[in-house]
Design a protein around this ligand. Structure first.
Ligand code: ADP
Ligand code: GN1
Ligand code: MG
Length: 365
């Protein structure tokens, strides 16, 4: 690994001597490395990442999207002292492109390492939930006036829940690994709840919810919180920024921050939605978005949490049936365990829908 990352790094505009590297973070998609260099006697860190091109079929378009978004962010941050901690900074390859393609056709990119901040897989305090949601809300606002053409769709139909269900139907019909039998209860839950899938798309088709540029992967470990102040300082993992619905972004925050348990927790009694977290998320997102959300978007914030949690549960179940081809897994049944936490959380959110609506009323008086 050291030799590979050292070699790859030599193709980027990185000065100094390579010291060491290690696998980094707990993302399910890309291969992420922390790489450390000696620059004139100082240890300087970078993030070096291999883009998963099984999933992102057009990596050059993807990097074009990211470059546009980051240029836009940097313009807005001009003059601010810590601009390189408040938005990712791409390190170009030696040929000036924002990526490098190695001899095997693998796509690599590098970012400045955002130091003195970290990501969390599970949140303990509502204050962190508020800060994270505020950062994603502000990011939503920032994306609203990005100039130029519509961004590329890096994964078509990414949050199209009916299309995710159609993928599930195919996987179930094929049952290539003979695993359907072991997921009977989850399949039943899915079938009972599938009617909710098209609600947001229907509202968009009726013109009640606008298309926006959205992040689309606002899980809690895709925002860095400052170690000292707790502020949501830098939104990361920008691969899925594309046209979407703002509620996808709020919904994924609810999915990943309301439960005190990990996404792959096996003990389901530990999985439930904490309303104090929902309140903090909603308050932070509304504040960050600074009035750019419409009444229909605000009204559907509680629903979006249920929908996105259901949708990701469907995707985990589909991948389990398909033989774990999409998400990185570390153990037998990992995707099924993940699906179970998602469906348990959907249930908990459904049971508390009235409370969430009450909270929203309190916030948008
Ligand atoms: P994936 O798509 O696999 O989730 P991410 O881009 O989210 O990949 O990166 C994985 C993890 O690496 C993040 O959760 C974060 O902890 C860390 N990370 C990514 N980029 C940076 C950065 N520029 N500075 C510091 N840490 C980072
Ligand atoms: C993946 O890349 P990461 O780990 O932040 C996935 C999301 C899922 C999430 C589930 C491109 O996110 O859509 O919601 O796992 N990203 C992609 O944890 O599929
Ligand atoms: Mg990530």
């Amino acid at each position: 690994m050291n030799a590979t990352i050292k070699e790859v790094s030599s193709h980027f505009d990185i000065w100094g001597d390579f010291l060491w590297c290690e696998r980094y973070g707990s993302g399910h998609i890309n291969d992420t490395y922390l790489a450390v260099f000696n620059q004139a006697g100082h240890q300087i860190k970078y993030i070096v990442q291999r883009i998963n091109t099984n999933i992102f079929k057009q990596p050059e378009q993807l990097m074009e999207n990211i470059s546009r978004v980051l240029n836009h962010s940097k313009l807005k941050l001009k003059g601010r002292k810590d601009a390189t901690r408040r938005a990712l900074t791409i390190v170009n390859a030696n040929d000036g492109k924002p990526f490098f393609v190695d001899g095997e056709g693998k796509y690599w990119r590098a970012y400045l390492f955002v130091d003195r901040a970290r990501t969390y897989d599970v949140l303990e305090s509502p204050e962190f939930a508020y800060q994270a949601a505020k950062a994603f809300g502000s990011f939503q606002k920032l994306l609203a006036d990005i100039p130029g053409d519509r961004l590329h769709e890096t994964i078509p139909n990414f949050h199209n829940t009916p299309s995710r269900l159609a993928d599930f139907d195919k996987a179930l019909a094929a049952d290539v690994c003979g695993r359907a039998e072991s997921a009977k209860a989850e399949i039943e839950f899915l079938q009972k709840n599938r009617a909710m899938a098209s609600k947001l798309l229907d509202l968009m088709a009726e013109g009640k919810i606008p298309e926006r540029i959205t992040h689309n992967d606002t899980k809690i470990n895709n925002v860095m919180l400052d170690d000292e102040t707790g502020e949501g300082i830098c939104v990361i993992d920008l691969d899925t920024i594309m046209p979407g619905i703002s509620l996808y972004d709020f919904g994924d925050l609810v999915r990943t921050s309301t439960s005190p348990a990990a996404e792959d927790e096996k003990d389901l009694s530990k999985v439930y939605a904490r309303m104090e977290m929902f309140e903090a998320l909603a308050r932070g997102f509304l504040e960050g978005a600074g009035g750019c959300l419409t009444p229909a978007e605000i009204e559907n914030m509680p629903f979006s949490g249920m929908l996105i949690t259901f949708e990701i549960g469907v995707r985990f179940l589909t991948d389990y049936l398909d033989g774990d081809k999409y998400f990185k897994t570390k153990r037998e049944g990992h995707n099924l365990d993940r699906c179970r936490t998602q469906f348990k959380l959907v249930q908990s959110l459904q049971e508390q829908e009235d409370k969430m609506n009450e909270i929203m009323k309190g916030l948008v008086k």
